[in-house]
Structure formats: structure tokens, C-alpha cells
Design a protein around this ligand. Sequence first.
Ligand SMILES: Nc1nc2c(c(=O)[nH]1)N(C=O)[C@@H](CNc1ccc(C(=O)N[C@@H](CCC(=O)O)C(=O)O)cc1)CN2
Ligand SMILES: Nc1nc2c(ncn2[C@@H]2O[C@H](COP(=O)(O)OP(=O)(O)OP(=O)(O)O)[C@@H](O)[C@H]2O)c(=O)[nH]1
Ligand SMILES: [Mg+2]
Length: 421
Amino acid sequence: MDLVFAEATPSGRGGVSVIRLSGPGSRRAAERLAGDLPQPRHAYFRTLRDGREELDQALVLWFEAGSSFTGEEVAELHLHGAPVVARRVGSALAALGARPAEAGEFTRRAFLNGRMDLAEVEGLGDLLEAETDAQRRLALRAAGGELGRKADGWREMLIRAGALVEASVDFADEEVPDEVPDEVFDLLRRLTTDLEQEISGFRAAERLRTGFEVAVIGAPNAGKSSLINRIARREVALVSDIAGTTRDVIELRLDLRGLAVTLLDTAGLRATEDHVEGLGVRRARERAEAADLRLHISPEGHVDSALWRDGDILVRSKSDLIAQGDGLAVSALSGEGIEGLLAELHDRLALCVAGAGIVSHERQAAALRDARDALAGVSDLPPELVAEMIRQAAASLDRLVGRIGAEEYLDVIFTSFCIGK
Ligand SMILES: Nc1nc2c(c(=O)[nH]1)N(C=O)[C@@H](CNc1ccc(C(=O)N[C@@H](CCC(=O)O)C(=O)O)cc1)CN2
Ligand SMILES: Nc1nc2c(ncn2[C@@H]2O[C@H](COP(=O)(O)OP(=O)(O)OP(=O)(O)O)[C@@H](O)[C@H]2O)c(=O)[nH]1
Ligand SMILES: [Mg+2]
């Protein structure tokens, strides 16, 4: 493994800038700049020098391979956060034989060195992207190895079941057909129930991780854009009294009490001669259909029944003008009903994620489904085939944690990481 370095903090001006080195020689390279660093995991306040040239005053520390994030020797230089300092220290490190790390390379090394399993890596990636508390909590559980521990438990069940099957094959009377002991099927049934349970929580967890899309729809001039602006407390979308103002879909990211939600402002729905408006209306319908939930906006409490789905919310807009009617009354002008609407929206979305599990990526769910499918129908099979299906299920669990078959995913996962992680 070569020696790599990168700014672990975002590059640019900041209070502190951390440069991290990983690989054999990390300590030596740091010592060339900072002088002797006798103890691992001790912070030293040092003047960094490149030859005679003073570079910065910094906190410097190093970790042994056994107690670092990557599982390799690691050193960290905590610099003053001036871009020129990081640049200058980077050149000095390059001159000492270190090369700039690629995106996600520190974490990739942690994975390759067995410090993290693939589900933990995905969890860490989710943590880097998390914007809300619910996303952070889910990511932290995943990054903490919860799924790997479950997979270990399931593997043990498979190993035990496999051993029982092998024993029944080895010791069976040559005259009598081999029989799989009932205990095997009991074990596999329990395992299948566990797997089903995890799989059933996948979609909800995926929603939690990626966030919800909520389309704001209704006739032109209903007050959709005004409502969005009120929620955003800024002018996200153009508002006018001309019907057909909004054409493109405008996205507003919200942290709705911990849930990640993207509100979509859309073109007012109507038949129109205007070509461009027509394109907007088509797009509005498509996005409304694909969204997790729709807010139907109308001063009179009307809905487009073709787009109404169970769980949608009817919003009676401009409540300052029209006193009564169906739906949740809100006014973008006075602010009446906005908090109530957001509370209602939150509660409906929270219902959707009530059953969320720890599996939140399609790759993970696919591995679990493969394991479950391998075990479906085993009770009708002869022992040799039962043993084979148990091996297949175990291989699927190995794929889940990246013990096998990880190669094809690594580039996809790590290119989404930033440099320095
Ligand atoms: N300065 C700094 N802060 C950081 C990191 C870092 O690399 N540097 N991290 C990363 O980006 C995160 C912390 N992640 C870490 C994960 C595992 C180990 C580690 O090797 N632990 C040892 C036990 C260490 C001990 O208890 O003494 C181990 O698990 O064996 C270290 C950091 C967040 N904060
Ligand atoms: N009195 C009152 N007027 C409102 C309210 N909300 C919107 N309006 C007015 O209604 C008109 C249309 O508002 P928009 O928010 O642009 O309506 P829209 O649904 O986005 O319209 P399109 O983009 O054309 O589909 C504007 O003149 C707004 O000022 C409200 O709560 N009260
Ligand atoms: Mg609009």
C-alpha cells in the first residue's frame, strides 16, 4: 500500500484544516515536517518546517495501524485553516513520496483492511449525505455495524443447520433414503422469518434515507407557489395573479422535524393552448404521480380526482378570502394554518416510516431477498440440495456485508464519497 494524504476538512478558509496521511511511513512523513512524535495518539503542538522554511504551527498526532480509522499507520496534521497552508504542506508531503488520496480512499482502505464491512461503509456514506436528524440516526446505526452483527447471527444459524444436514447425510443408512432432521427446518424457518422482517422494513428505511417527495398541485392561481414561499420563508418561486406563472418544477428541500422532504412546486393543472405551459402541466402530472404524497391546493377545496391517492392532503388555500369549505384551511398571506399543515404532513410521512428497518439500500435488500429465496421450499428437497441451498443463503449474507462480490460496488460507493474521507 502506498502512502496517501488529503485534506480531511473541506478545502478553503476555516478555523482549522486537517490533513490526514494513511499508509506505511505516515508517522515518518509527519515527523519530517514536525520533528519527533514519540507517542501514538498523543497530540503535539509543533512548528511545521519544510527544510528551513517555516510552514505553520500545528497540532500533530499519529496512530498505529491497529488503532486507526483505516487500519494502517495514520498521521494527522491540524493546521491553521488558510488554503495556502494546506497547499504548501501538501507539496511538502508529495515531495516526501506521499500521493493525494482519491475520493473515499481512506474508507476504502478501512474496508479492505477489514475495519468496516460494506454495510457500514454504506452507512458512513449515508451519514456524509444526511441532512436531517432522522437520516443521521439511521446512518449512524448502519455505520455502527448493526446489520453486520445481524448477518453474523444469521450465518451462525446457517452453519448450525448446515452441520446438521451434513451429519444426516454422512451417517444415513445406505438402504434408507437420507432424512433431514426437523431441527434444520425449524432453524431455517426462524431465519426466514427474521429475513422477511428485515426485508419488510426496507422501503420505509429507504424513504427515510433518501427523503420524501411531496408534490404541491392544483389549478393555476390556486396559491401553490405562494404557499411554498411561505413555508420556505423566502421567494423560491415566482408569484403573480396571472394564471400559468409556474412552468418548471421547483424543488424546496425541507427538514420537517427531522424528516427529509422535498416539496415540489408545479405548474397549475389545466388544458392550455400555450405550448410551453402545456409542457409544464405534463411534467407536473408526472411528478405528482411519482411523488410519495400530494398536497391538493384549492381555494374552493377542489381536487383533481385523477391524481388523488390515499393519504393525500386537501388544502383549502387563501383562507383569508374564503371563510369555509373542505380541507385544511391555510393562508399564504396571513400564515394561518401553515404550522398545522406541516404538522399534518409530518404525521402522515412519519406513518410511512414507522416500520423502517436498518436495510436502506437496494443492494442490501437484494442480498437479503436472495438469502430468503434460497431457503424457500427447502423442506421438499433431499439433504444434498438442502445443504446446497444453505450454502447459497450463506453466500448471499456474505455479499450483504461485502465479504464476497464487493468489487463491483466499491467504485460506485466511493466515487460518491468526498476526497479526504
Ligand atoms: N481527527 C479525527 N477525527 C475523526 C476521525 C479521524 O480520522 N480523525 N474519524 C474518521 O474519519 C472519525 C472517527 N472515526 C474513527 C473510527 C475508528 C477509530 C479507531 O481506530 N478506533 C480503534 C480504537 C481506538 C481507541 O479506542 O484507542 C479501534 O477501533 O481499534 C478511530 C477513529 C470522526 N472523527
Ligand atoms: N389573499 C390571498 N391571496 C393569495 C394567497 N395565496 C396566493 N394568493 C394570490 O393568488 C395569486 C396566485 O398565486 P400563486 O402562488 O402564483 O398561484 P399558483 O398556484 O402558484 O399559480 P400558477 O403558478 O399559475 O399555477 C397571486 O396573486 C397571489 O398573491 C393567499 O393566501 N391569500
Ligand atoms: Mg405557481
